[in-house]
Ligand binder design. Structure first.
Ligand SMILES: C[S@@+](CC[C@H](N)C(=O)[O-])C[C@H]1O[C@@H](n2cnc3c(N)ncnc32)[C@H](O)[C@@H]1O
Length: 640
């Protein structure tokens, strides 16, 4: 395999090239607009735009012919038809990963700007917008385009536009090359207004573009925390409580070590491993003025993930949710990454109560036409409190929320005393016990169950054959991790594209055969009754978990690829006289290999479970049609 080479860039060479290209563009524009801004002047302007010290030396003396000969590379750049030049070809994979650098498709950028209400009316003229992770400036370019249209409509003279833009926008990035490109892109976009400004201000140096090379999180932390710990070049730039609009695509990556100061300032939203996008959400809320609006594209995992429970609470306390639009396809949002994303729009409190929009876009293209189905509901229907934490349920119809109301709030949860069967994560992390793994049974070893051994209503021990050791030696350390007795096993990692997110079975014969004990690997959840649990048949729980009702419920609550024990413990379980019938059907499904017979058994199971939840036949039909439709769409989006 050939390794891709990355060019090491010399910043001076790069900025020299961009400066010449920008100067050439400005010069041509000056001639086109009939202005008298000369060659040396445009060179000095492009120098200030890319934020280098303005020099009125020999270096700026430039014969006009040279500029006209300069490559016409950027002449295709028109303000009405923008293509933002990005810098990522200059960045190594390592750096891209470390800083979470990806370009946002312009459809998403436009969708977010529209969603936060950034439209070309007079009401945006005195508002301020920030992109706190601006990269090469795609959000800023689109937003400024809207702002210029609003200035034009309001009859503001063009020579005043540049000044207005400077006070209305801020872009920040921790990568200097990204900042350089953002300035370059903004310089091209704003060239007519810059030239008109220069024409009426001869001899005055151009104020720099509002793109700052700094670490957003540290700057916000410095303002919120103890300022003496940090020092920055831009004391006049205030971020907190300063913006009417905060937009962008923050970096997504786990932060393995968060230093003490950041931890202290962002403490309210942290839990477990911090992710950069969680910190950018927290910082974004702080950057808004009261009543300000934030629009980001972020991973869906924050909807229900345990590590984001404090972030959800922080947002609920400080802001009102305005929109959550899930983007179903995971492959094609960002180049070469598989990432479930969503558009999240919030308004900082205090804010008048409004209905919240929830939607499901099957692809990025759906966002362009904005014709995807959506629901408008109260925030309380989305934000649900279960087992002491909140989960955000996202669906695209009101009817789904009505059905969720029925499932939630009327039944005890799996881990409650009324059910008494908590789920826990399989305790064996195979690479921590590598030396103790065995391929064949031995006297002092017990069987080890892997996730692939568990299928829906089916179990086959050692399904990977010789490729994977199926026994684990019993030692004083592993003995504590052993399971005994009957258990219900459920896979812990399943994706939306799969026909079922809940994949579970009861390995009854296996558990009986290994009464001395067995081990369960940590890609599985184990569900067993507590010793003090009220009588309950595990097959009843299997029938409930594998039903269409719970599949539907789980897909509305879960934003990631995990089926965690925490989430399973939040499953509402009806206690009712249908339990024996549902348990019998689940048992039959596990014992019946004939696919035709299974179809009818599954339908009977689904009907029984629906009745146990008080769901009508009509509603069950709606649930099944929705599941089938969404699955078809996901399958197709995978092939395209
Ligand atoms: C996902 S990219 C988005 C870039 C651009 N906004 C776009 O949409 O195409 C995230 C950006 O955040 C920047 N970044 C990462 N950590 C940062 C930090 N602590 N402060 C400021 N910017 C940061 C990266 O350099 C990168 O340009």
């Amino acid at each position: 395999m050939t390794k891709r080479q990355y060019v090491t860039i010399d910043d001076r060479v790069l900025s020299g090239k961009l400066r010449t290209a920008l100067a050439a563009h400005l010069y041509r524009e000056s001639r086109r607009l009939g202005l008298s801004v000369g060659a040396s002047h445009v060179v000095s302007i492009s120098r200030s735009l890319l934020e280098e010290p303005v020099r009125t030396s020999e270096a700026d003396r430039c014969p006009p012919e040279r500029l006209l000969r300069e490559s016409a590379l950027f002449d295709t750049y028109h303000t009405e038809n923008l293509e933002v030049h990005d810098y990522l070809h200059l960045v190594s994979q390592e750096m891209r990963k470390r800083l979470g650098q990806y370009v946002t498709p312009s459809i998403i950028v436009k969708y977010i700007l529209d969603g936060v209400g950034y439209r070309d009316g007079a009401d945006i003229l005195d508002k301020r917008l920030i992109d706190p992770a601006c990269g090469s400036g795609i959000f800023l370019v689109e937003a400024i385009r809207i702002y210029l249209a609003a200035l034009r409509r309001a009859g503001v003279p063009i020579e005043m536009w540049y000044r207005r833009v400077l006070s209305a926008f801020v872009g920040l990035d921790v990568d200097p090359v990204a900042c350089l490109y953002a300035r370059f892109n903004l310089g091209l976009l704003l060239s007519p207004s810059i030239l008109f400004w220069a024409d009426v201000h001869p001899g005055v140096s151009l104020p720099p573009l509002p793109i700052y090379y700094l670490d957003t999180l540290r700057t916000v932390a410095a303002e919120l925390g103890t300022p003496r710990l940090f020092s920055y070049d831009e004391p006049s730039l205030r971020l907190t409580d300063s913006f009417d609009f905060v937009v962008g695509n923050p970096p997504y990556h786990k932060i393995s070590r968060l230093d003490g100061e950041l931890k202290e300032v962002f403490e309210a939203s942290l839990y477990g491993h911090p992710n950069a996008y969680g910190l950018f959400l927290h910082a974004g809320v702080e950057m808004m003025r009261p009543g300000g609006v934030l629009g980001y594209i972020v991973p869906r995992s924050m909807l229900s993930g345990l590590y984001f429970k404090n972030l959800r609470r922080f947002i609920e306390q400080r802001a009102a949710l305005q929109e959550i639009t899930l983007i179903a396809e995971r492959k094609k949002v960002f180049e070469n990454v598989l990432q479930g994303t969503m558009v999240l729009i919030l308004r900082r409190r205090p804010t008048p109560t409004r209905l919240l929009k929830t939607a499901l876009a099957h692809s990025v293209a759906d966002l362009e036409v904005q014709q995807m189905p959506s629901a408008r509901v109260n925030q309380e229907q989305v934000v649900r409190h279960l087992n002491g934490t909140s989960i955000w349920f996202v669906a695209d119809t009101r009817r789904t929320y009505d059905i969720l109301d029925r499932i939630l709030g009327h039944h005890p949860l799996l881990s409650s005393t009324a059910v008494g069967c908590p789920a826990r994560t399989g305790p064996i992390v195979w690479n921590r016990v590598k030396p103790l793994l065995r391929s064949d049974p031995e006297d002092d070893a017990l069987p080890l169950v892997w996730a692939t051994d568990v299928r829906r209503f089916a179990f086959s021990f050692s399904s990977a054959g010789e490729n994977r050791p199926s026994y684990l030696k019993v030692t004083p350390r592993t003995r504590r991790l052993m399971s005994q007795g009957l258990s219900l096993l459920a896979q812990r990692v399943t994706a939306d594209e799969q026909p079922h997110r809940l994949v579970a079975c009861i390995p009854e014969a296996f558990c009986a055969e290994h009464a001395a004990g067995y081990f369960v690997e940590n890609h599985l959840n184990v569900i067993q009754p507590r010793p003090d649990a009220p009588p309950i048949d595990l097959y009843y729980l299997l029938g409930i978990l594998c039903s269409d009702v719970i599949e539907f419920f789980f897909r509305a609550m879960n934003g990631n690829t995990q089926v965690s024990a925490t989430e399973l413990n939040m499953m509402p379980i009806p206690r009712c006289d249908r339990e024996p019938r549902i348990a019998a059907l689940a048992r039959q499904l596990q014992e019946t290999p004939d696919p035709v017979a299974r179809v009818s058994l599954e339908q009977q199971l689904n009907e029984q479970v629906a009745e146990a939840y008080g769901i009508t036949p009509d509603e069950l039909d709606f649930i099944q049609t929705t599941l089938a439709r969404n699955h078809r769409i996901l399958e197709n989006s995978d092939d395209r």
